[in-house]
Design a protein around this ligand. Structure first.
Ligand code: HSE
Length: 429
């Protein structure tokens, strides 16, 4: 088929909730999108495992069972990859599409976190666009903000609530006092959490997104393995309650500072700070930068509408002829971030489950003293006899390494009966 230059041909691979919503928006709002893009985005082909009604008018749209075949079609200018997975069909399709000179739009955070630099290089070689706004924080245009709105700034720190499932679980625990297992089970029953939730609750999903944000913020090659990750499985209703008594809520934060190891871990966040107020399944991304200082954006980080919103923005940018480097700079200029410093020192919360025996408190403070850690405050509420009791301490500013070493030593003590948990404290955000 000859190309009609006033149209831009689109193929969507993957018709799950996001793919179907993107198809619905493209077909339903074609005239409006045309006027915004200056060129008519026309959905010409879709690919999925099964062909069925997905709530959009599929007349005139080819159904192609083999997604990779989309890359070879002359009537397609933009391949929208919504299959998912870091490798396999999604990666094959994106590589093939770029090789064939097609623009690629994807929501695939795992693929970009693992292969983003290679794909960005391939896109530049083929003089086409690789866009992945939907891969990070769903409906929040966080990558556009970094690449365009903040392009004149030096980014000092990116901090985000990047996983809606974890934020939902922690918010429910905070608001209802229920335990982690019960809230997770309910979230699964309601469809907020996956049946296999480990990508979300173990912090992997947030780490994918953080590694992409850090690459854009600091002009680095995306480096998922550099992220230090711990999820929310260890957070108990006890921690939520003690954090509350101390004036904090617990949030899973992704945090990347210039030249520092990026981390995904639960933090105690001061209750009156902006990030503490981002509840439920919402996401937020905060930038500390010069000269702008501080920006916090919040919104839905997942779901059909918010993710399709980001996919459509990428499609319209390409249709308009807006050109930008995938990571904000030429791929060849992106630095390898092999030499990262530890995160800066800070205050910590420590919770140790102990037997309520004489000398336990002094033994714990001795261990902390031996690691040069200064105790700031201590809480222990009485519990029923013969059960391990939580002993909660906060520490003055200290580096992370001595805290990790003290926790390891505490875990080996006979009076410790249960988990030892240390969480960093964020006073303002
Ligand atoms: N499962 C993710 C979340 C959304 O809960 O935020 C997709 O990354």
């Amino acid at each position: 088929m000859l190309k009609n230059m006033s149209e831009i041909g689109i193929a969507i691979a993957g018709l799950g909730v996001v793919g179907a919503e993107t198809a619905r928006q493209l077909t339903k709002k074609n005239t409006e999108l045309h006027s915004r893009a200056g060129t008519a985005p026309v959905l010409r082909a879709v690919s999925a495992r099964t062909q069925k009604d997905r709530g959009f008018d599929a007349s005139g749209i080819d159904f192609v069972p083999d997604a990779t075949a989309l890359a070879a079609r002359n009537d397609i200018d933009i391949v929208v990859e919504l299959i998912g997975g870091s490798d396999g069909v999604a990666f094959d399709l994106c590589q093939a599409a770029l090789k064939q000179g097609k623009h690629v739009v994807t929501a695939n955070k795992a693929m970009i976190a693992h292969h983003g630099h290679l794909l960005a290089q391939r896109a530049e070689d083929a003089n086409v666009q690789l866009c992945f706004e939907a891969a990070v924080a769903g409906g929040i245009p966080a990558l556009k903000l970094l690449r365009e709105g903040l392009s004149g700034n030096e980014i000092e720190r990116v901090t985000g609530i990047l996983n809606g499932t974890c934020n939902y679980i922690l918010t429910e625990m905070t608001q209802t006092g229920r335990g982690f297992d019960e809230v997770l089970r309910e979230a699964q029953e309601k469809g907020y959490a996956e049946a296999e939730p480990s990508f979300d609750i173990d912090g992997i999903d947030a780490a994918h997104k953080l590694s992409i944000l850090a690459a854009l913020a600091y002009g680095e090659q995306v480096n998922f393995p550099s992220v230090n990750i711990s999820g929310i499985r260890a957070i108990t209703d006890i921690d939520i309650a003690y954090a509350g008594d101390l004036g904090f809520v617990i949030k899973l934060l992704g945090s990347a500072g210039r030249g520092r190891v990026p981390t995904v871990q639960p933090w105690l966040v001061a209750r009156d700070s902006q990030l503490a107020k981002i509840d439920g399944a919402l996401n937020a991304v905060a930038f500390d930068a010069e000269p702008v200082r501080s920006i916090v954006c919040t919104g839905p980080g997942a779901g059909a509408g918010p993710t399709a919103s980001a996919v459509l923005a990428d499609i319209i940018d390409i249709a308009r002829g807006r050109r930008s480097f995938a990571f904000g700079r030429p791929a060849a200029s992106l630095k390898s971030n092999g030499d990262l410093k530890a995160v800066p020192p800070g205050r910590f919360y420590l919770r140790v489950m102990v037997r309520d025996e004489t000398g336990v408190l002094s033994a714990i403070t001795s261990i902390l003293r031996d690691h040069q850690i200064s105790v700031e405050s201590m809480l222990q509420k009485s519990q029923s006899a013969n059960k391990p009791v939580p002993l909660v301490l906060t520490m003055h500013e200290t580096a992370h390494e001595p805290v990790a070493a003290a926790c390891a030593e505490l875990r080996g003590q006979s009076f410790v009966d249960g988990d030892v948990l240390a969480l960093p404290v964020l006073d303002s955000a």
